[in-house]
Write a protein that binds this ligand. Structure first.
Ligand code: MEV
Length: 326
């Protein structure tokens, strides 16, 4: 890098995501459908005043008034691995920067916070060091970072976060089949939070062990989820929200069978349906985290019922392009 080209301050933004169908089954090569949401992560890079080593810190509210500090969080081990990767790829100049993280995406809830962090960080680094990264470069490094966060990442999360559009995704061996889905109608969700999940890495590893014990049974479930992905894609193209809601409910049933839902998530799904949601399901790795309700005009009623039951929740527009937030 030409040192003169380095700027003193650069930012990057990336949205979070929801998965309509295909969490976990995507890891085993099945089709998944995912959408970006209008909440995300912003990373700012500045020149570190004192050359006393790398610094990553959170600024302000990461979500709803919670202050987020990487250096004090339990992910410190993971963050140091992320830094090691960046040092290997971008060299010792990484030690001269300070990375500041902010945003409105709940962290550790299966809403793509690690992918949004990785992508916004890489976008900011590209801007800071004038690397002119295209989406393919961002995807290459984001996948490596996601493998640090997730252990065995299908690539689904960082792909939808980079594309910033509704996608169909399938990973067969090293090949990724990615299709942009043109939404016929806007998707309005209420996202209910059941507390931080057990970690994607753990959820994927535990399911891997369960699957080893009953291979054929789990394979049937994954095939069922694959069939739902094909139908949901069509429902999105047709703007058939009633059908999509029904398919989300069936997907949730399969995810319960996979053992990744919790009583809190199931409770939130029931509340949402009682308040008029067309469909409700867990989203992301599970074991806690978040669920999504297809609101069908009942956003306020669903949100207030979630809050009355003691859960944090927020409204989200899904599938829209969030470039204006960058
Ligand atoms: C996590 O958002 C989605 C999982 O399918 C993991 C992956 O696809 O890498 C659970």
């Amino acid at each position: 890098m030409d040192k003169d080209k380095a700027v003193n301050y650069a930012v990057g933004y990336a949205p979070g995501k929801v998965i309509l169908v295909g969490e976990h089954s995507a890891v085993y090569g099945h089709e998944a459908i995912a959408l970006p949401i209008d909440a995300g992560v912003r990373v700012a890079i500045t020149r570190l005043g004192l050359k006393n080593g790398p610094s990553i810190r959170g600024l302000g509210s990461f979500f709803m008034g919670q202050t987020f500090y990487f250096d004090r969080s339990s992910t410190q081990g993971i963050i140091s691995q992320v830094f090691q990767y960046l040092m290997d790829k971008f060299g010792p100049r990484m030690q001269e920067v300070e990375i500041i993280v902010d945003g409105d995406l709940p962290r550790g809830h299966g809403l793509g916070s690690s992918a949004a962090f990785s992508v916004s960080l890489l976008r900011a680094l590209s801007n800071y060091f004038s690397l002119q990264f295209g989406d393919a470069d961002i995807a290459f490094h984001a996948h490596a970072l996601e493998n640090i966060f997730h252990g065995r990442s299908s690539g689904l999360d960082h792909t939808v976060v980079i594309k910033d559009q509704a996608i169909s995704f399938q990973r067969i061996k090293e090949e990724m089949k990615i299709e942009i889905i043109e939404l016929k109608v806007p998707i309005s969700l209420v996202i209910g939070l059941a507390g931080p999940h057990d970690g994607t890495k753990n959820a994927v590893a535990k399911l891997f062990e369960r699957k080893k014990r009953m291979q054929k049974i789990y394979d049937h479930i994954f095939l069922g989820l694959n069939g739902i992905a094909i139908e949901i894609k069509q429902a999105l193209l047709d703007g058939n929200m009633a059908k999509m809601g029904e398919l989300m409910n069936i997907a949730h049933g399969y995810l319960c069978a996979l053992g990744v839902s919790t009583t809190e998530i199931d409770h939130l799904c029931s509340i949402a349906k009682n308040q008029g949601a067309l469909g409700a399901k867990i989203t992301g790795a599970g074991g806690g985290g978040a669920m999504i309700a297809l609101a069908n005009g009942n956003e306020d009623a669903i949100l207030s019922a979630f809050n009355s039951a003691g859960f944090m929740a927020f409204k989200a527009a899904a599938g829209a392009n969030n470039q204006n937030l960058r």
